[in-house]
Design a protein around this ligand. Structure first.
Ligand code: 4FL
Length: 272
């Protein structure tokens, strides 16, 4: 099977190359688990000044990327199986579901605009979808492209050392991860949750799942509503929480949680 491929169209190609060179994603690239191509619209200019942008019609701040260099770049890289994405705050928000969906695509082409954006007619002609990484404006789409590559590549088989790492991380089951601990066993008076010292892998797995749900309820309660929870599972979770000592709750960062959050969750679930 052919490796999945990212093509990034950017005026700052080194920025993309550098973002993707490190860590597990960098190793994945080095080992050809996926391909990365970066092309610069400036290389497709036809005038002596290599002009890539111009002032917006109607006036306003920032410069707008010209159609022609972008179109020539796109024509060189876009094929039948390409998915063309324009990174923009106007796009659909990138989340775990979107990342998994993009990881199924054989070829993702990303256009990075500068802060003034790109000519709308390029979007009309070539862009399949706009993607945003958050509700804020960047000086350009490059950092957003780096975020897409990193988050998507984690789902390519072989990028994460442990084959199922991507499948026990935060969001995998819709919930956040349980906190992690390593040596020493006592750090400034804080120990290790007893379940994690039990050596019972099945018990540890169940404990982590429950704690992950409690962390989600405590820190990001709105995420609880994306998951199908039964009244019974909420009661179970409440009982599990009640079984934790005050000290263990502190250790797990769950001191903010009270019976109130469980009642609110129950009420919200019943409304759905
Ligand atoms: C892209 C912001 C994706 C958030 C400026 C140019 C952006 C962005 N998500 N800001 N592109």
């Amino acid at each position: 099977m052919k490796s999945p491929k990212f093509t990034v169209i950017s005026l700052f190609p080194e920025m993309i190359q550098q973002m993707v060179a490190q860590g597990v994603v960098g190793q994945g690239l080095k080992h050809n688990i996926f391909e990365l191509e970066v092309i610069n619209p400036r290389d497709f200019t036809t005038d002596v000044h290599k002009t890539v942008d111009d002032r917006p019609y109607g006036g306003g701040d920032g410069m707008v990327l010209l159609c022609e260099p972008l179109e020539l770049a796109l024509k060189q890289v876009v094929g039948e199986d390409s998915r063309v994405i324009y990174l923009s705050p106007q796009g659909q928000l990138l989340d775990d579901d979107k990342v998994k969906e993009l990881a199924e695509s054989p070829h993702i082409v990303m256009i990075c605009g500068r802060y003034g954006g790109i000519d709308q007619r390029i979007i009309n002609l070539y862009v399949d979808e706009e993607v945003s990484i958050g509700n804020y404006v960047l000086s350009g789409g490059e950092l957003a492209a780096g975020v897409v590559i990193d988050s998507v590549a984690r789902f390519f088989p072989g990028v994460l050392g442990h084959q199922d790492s991507a499948h026990s991380d935060s969001f995998t089951n819709g919930f956040l991860e349980a906190p992690n601990f390593t040596r020493p066993q006592n750090y400034k008076g804080q120990g290790i949750p007893t379940a994690l010292l039990s050596g019972n892998h099945k018990l540890i797995e169940e404990w982590r799942e429950k704690v992950g749900q409690l962390v989600t309820l405590s820190k990001r309660p709105e995420l609880m509503l994306n998951v199908d929870l039964t009244v019974e599972s909420i009661r179970d979770l409440y009982l599990f929480w009640q079984g934790l000592s005050a000290q263990e709750r502190d250790l797990l960062g769950l001191s903010g949680l009270s019976a109130e959050e469980f009642s609110l969750l129950l009420a919200a679930e019943e409304e759905l």
